[in-house]
Design a protein around this ligand. Structure first.
Ligand code: ZN
Length: 205
């Protein structure tokens, strides 16, 4: 089916874009269970009255193979204990589908984990393009002190599987704030590695 070409104008300050077909937001309560310090999460929920942590506006032309979804995501700065605000994270349901993120504002990280449990971190600042290759679990983290705004694009039939992170009790590493500023990786003590067979199955899809 032929479609009409379209354009969207990105708001690099407030997030969002024109011409979007959808929008959703995630609040602090939606991030329950992601943080090591659950008491800090509960306390912050009460203090801040469940703020929006991130919102997404996207353009979805359809879901047929070979088409493209694009959009803009904006994430507030903040911390739960010594961990930064972050997205839940996922692997694509069709795990061989890639993704691109393009920094517009702020200072973020893309945390990536291979099915075998290797961690990679890509720093994203304005004008940085981050390529998420097929098969990598990925999550974005706002390590800065202002909004993190990024443009993204991925194949429309990718889908998102959030269960993979729940099944392993989170990603292998946590990104935590260092006392004097900056961030570092620490082991997630609750992490359950995937079996070699499970990892092979993911990479075959
Ligand atoms: Zn993705």
């Amino acid at each position: 089916m032929m479609r009409e070409p379209v354009s969207s104008v990105v708001d690099p300050i407030g997030g969002g874009m024109s011409g979007n077909t959808g929008r959703y937001e995630k609040r602090l309560s939606d991030l329950a269970g992601l943080y090591a310090d659950q008491d800090a999460h509960t306390a912050l929920l009460q203090t801040l009255s469940d703020p929006v942590v991130y919102d997404v506006e996207d353009f979805k032309p359809g879901t047929h193979s070979g088409d493209l979804i694009y959009g803009v995501t904006r994430m507030s700065p903040g911390r739960v204990g010594d961990e930064f605000f972050l997205t839940r994270g996922h692997i694509h349901a069709k795990a061989d589908r890639p993704e691109i993120y393009y920094g517009q504002k702020g200072h973020g990280l893309m945390q990536l984990e291979s099915p075998e449990g290797q961690t990679r971190i890509i720093e994203i600042r304005p004008q940085t393009i981050c390529y998420v290759p097929p098969y990598w679990i990925h999550r974005s983290i706002n390590v800065g002190d202002e909004d993190l705004v990024m443009v993204f694009a991925y194949p429309s039939d990718s889908g998102q599987d959030y269960g993979i992170i729940e099944a392993s009790n989170g990603m292998r590493h946590r990104v935590v704030a260092m006392p004097g500023g900056g961030w570092e990786l620490v082991e997630n003590k609750a992490y359950l590695p995937r079996s070699a067979e499970h990892a092979r199955t993911l990479i075959k899809t």
